[in-house]
Design a protein around this ligand. Structure first.
Ligand code: ATP
Ligand code: MG
Length: 220
């Protein structure tokens, strides 16, 4: 546990006048064009005022995997989003002790927003299929609408059927799917390319690429 990072206050994100807010959670190890293109597509399609990226502190579903220290993942997310005035990065999960749960994060932003504000949680289709394993599912559906971006290789119909079999109908209504430009990019693939000495150019912003090399991340 990095004690210093836990002591840093949550960055001051101004939510005044924000009526429609998007949240995008992830490990972002590293953040890539798939995340950025998806967030921008959702922002414009759903007229969101802002999208806040929330890098996870300790992801409960990745305990066995080696994850890059959270402050480095936070910094990469900052570097990637800095050129978009509608994008912000939150430290809320980074600063939280213990596992990061989306339900806690969503309720944190819900409380910071005006009563009449609307919250949208942006995920990839792969992540939405795991939704039943998430903690606090009832609170999550009470607080926000899910926007599930379809990822290459994912069948919308198959996803709808699987979710339909598992979720209450009132919850299903709060999941909207959106097709984003086909982007078969994943952090796993980028890490593996770096480890094998392959190029990662154009898969992620150049600043993040340079940071990865400078820090020697993802070497075998
Ligand atoms: P990993 O391969 O390590 O799991 P990842 O590329 O899936 O990484 P995450 O940080 O796990 O990235 O994902 C954060 C969110 O972004 C999740 O909701 C995931 O479904 C979504 N996502 C990841 N890659 C894409 C992509 N190429 N297009 C759309 N959404 C994506
Ligand atoms: Mg993933």
């Amino acid at each position: 546990m990095n004690v210093e990072s836990c002591l840093l206050p949550e960055k001051d994100i101004d939510l005044s006048n924000i009526k429609r807010l998007g949240l995008m959670g992830g490990t972002f190890d590293p953040i890539h064009q798939g995340h950025l293109v998806t967030a921008e597509a959702v922002r414009t399609s759903f007229s969101l005022d802002k999208v806040i990226f929330v890098p996870s502190g300790q992801p409960p579903h990745k305990v066995e995997k080696k994850v890059t220290p959270k402050d480095k993942r936070f910094l990469m997310t900052e570097l990637a989003t800095i050129t978009n005035p509608c994008f912000e990065v939150s430290r809320v999960e980074i600063n939280r002790l213990g596992y990061s749960y989306s339900a806690d994060t969503v309720s944190y932003f819900r409380q910071m927003m005006d009563q009449d504000g609307e919250l949208f949680f942006i995920t990839g289709a792969d992540a939405i299929l795991e939704i039943l394993t998430w903690k606090g599912i009832d609170e999550l559906f009470a607080d926000c609408t899910f926007i599930a971006a379809t990822r290459p290789g994912f069948q919308n119909q198959a996803m709808a059927e699987r979710l339909g079999a598992q979720l209450k109908p009132e919850y299903l209504k709060k999941i909207i799917t959106i097709e984003v430009p086909a982007m078969a990019i994943s952090s796993t693939d980028i890490r593996s390319r770096v480890a094998r000495g392959r190029s990662i150019k154009y898969l992620l912003p150049e600043t993040v690429e340079q940071y990865i090399y400078k820090q020697g991340l993802y070497k075998p």
